[in-house]
Design a binder for this molecule. Structure first.
Ligand code: MG
Length: 293
């Protein structure tokens, strides 16, 4: 979706434009005082990959978007990395919900919610088999370069990086280009699926240098169980295609999905959404029936 396009790409085969054209509005979703929460992926949606949020993006969220909607974030990373990107100071005041590790580590207004672990779900033996196989596989990979931290153990997932997570920003980009050409991560995932056909695991490529492995259903939709009291959850993410780490939540019936290409595109799409909702409220106030195409 181009940044200049006045069209939002939503899930549920829905496209909206400034002409207000889609079933979403017909179903009475335009009524006033509807409680909406905007839930954002982090890398590629609110920030450049692994980079801190830019001040103009944060300012827009906190001073403009929050006037109309509650806001929340969901990342695959652990809480420390989210803090590095979104700031430690006031994190839980800025965002109604903060979901690390797809929501396996979840905070509502700063309060930690109950969670599960990958080892309790798949068992210690299977987990070790998976780790051992992955380390062997990595040891046999020949890449342009390798760095450290090949497997990061998180609450609800393993994050596996063939090149190692201790890359510099430049090295991350180099590996990303190399991976596009050589499909290192895709081939690794195929090998894992072949080796462990009976484990109910999902393999999800996100970011530039790694992929996540977690029990089926523990993708970003996991966080939705924690969100209560809203009539609509608008999700914004950049990796919405099949195999991307935003795919399931983007497609979920519980969300209105927005596919974005960058933090700037996220702002753009938010502006359009706010305009559309404002327009529909005004029309309702004037008691003019919606003109739906
Ligand atoms: Mg992303």
């Amino acid at each position: 979706m181009s940044n200049s396009s006045p069209v939002l790409s939503l899930s549920h085969n829905v496209t909206i434009c400034t002409g207000i054209k889609f079933d979403y509005w017909k179903k009475g979703n335009s009524r006033m005082s509807k409680k909406i929460i905007c839930l954002f992926d982090i890398d590629g949606t609110l920030t450049e990959p692994r980079q801190p949020i830019k001040s103009n993006v944060e300012k827009f969220l906190l001073t403009v978007v929050k006037k109309d909607f509650d806001i929340a974030v969901v990342g695959g990373s652990d809480l420390n990395k989210i803090k590095e990107q979104l700031g430690v100071e006031g994190l839980f005041e800025k965002y109604k919900y903060v979901f690390a590790e797809n929501g396996l580590v979840a905070f509502n207004e700063g309060k930690l919610l109950p969670s599960e672990t990958i080892q309790s779900m798949i068992g210690e033996d299977a987990l070790q088999d998976l780790i051992n196989f992955s380390l062997r596989y990595i040891s046999e990979l020949q890449l342009p370069f390798k760095r450290g931290t090949f497997i990061e153990f998180r609450t609800g997932m393993l994050n596996i990086s063939p090149v190692g997570r201790n890359c510099t920003k430049e090295e991350r980009e180099q590996f990303y280009e190399y991976d596009i050409e050589n499909q290192v991560r895709q081939k690794f995932i195929q090998a894992l699926k072949k080796e462990f056909p009976n484990l109910a695991l999902t393999y999800s490529i996100g970011g530039q240098i790694s992929f996540d492995v977690f029990p089926v259903g523990w993708d970003k939709t996991y966080c939705l169980r924690h969100i209560q009291g809203y009539e609509e959850i608008h999700f914004f993410g950049d990796k919405t295609a099949v195999g991307g780490n935003d795919h399931e939540i983007y497609e979920s019936d519980l969300t209105v999905g927005h596919r974005v290409t960058s933090p700037e595109d996220t702002i753009n799409q938010l502006k359009i959404l706010m305009t559309l909702i404002k327009e529909s409220k005004e029309k309702e106030q004037m008691k003019i029936p919606m003109q739906c195409i």
